[in-house]
Design a protein around this ligand. Sequence first.
Ligand code: ZN
Length: 133
Amino acid sequence: MNVSHIEHIGIAVVSLETAIPYYESLLGTKCYAIEEADQKVKTAFFKVGETKIELLESTDPEGPIGKFIDKKGPGVHHLAFAVPDVNFALEQAKASGIELIDQVARDGAEGLRIGFLHPKSTLGVLTEICGEK
Ligand code: ZN
C-alpha cells in the first residue's frame, strides 16, 4: 500500500497534563500542538524526525480511548502509516482481506485524512492509514 514512513505512534494517556512534561523531558522537544479531536479525545503532538508521537487523552470514559485505558491501561494504542492516497490504500487493504473500521477516509487530526484497519485482521495492532488525501 505504498507506505512511506510511520506517520505517528498513538499513545493512550490518563492525563495530558502529566504526560506532556514527561515526553518533553524524554524527547528533549516541546509539544507543538494540542487539539480537541472527534471521538471524545484530546491530542498532543511531538515530532521525532519524520515521525510524530500522538498522545491521546480521553474526554469521556465512554469514548474509545476511555474504554481502551479501562481495559488495558495506558500505553501504545495504534500505529499510523503515511500513504499518498488513503482511500486507495483502504481499497487495497480490503482487497487483500483486511477488515476495515473506516470504509472511506475521514478527517483526522492536523488536517490529515485517515482510516483505521481492524486489529482483528492486523495481528492485534490497531493500524491507522493517513495522508494528505
Ligand atoms: Zn492516530
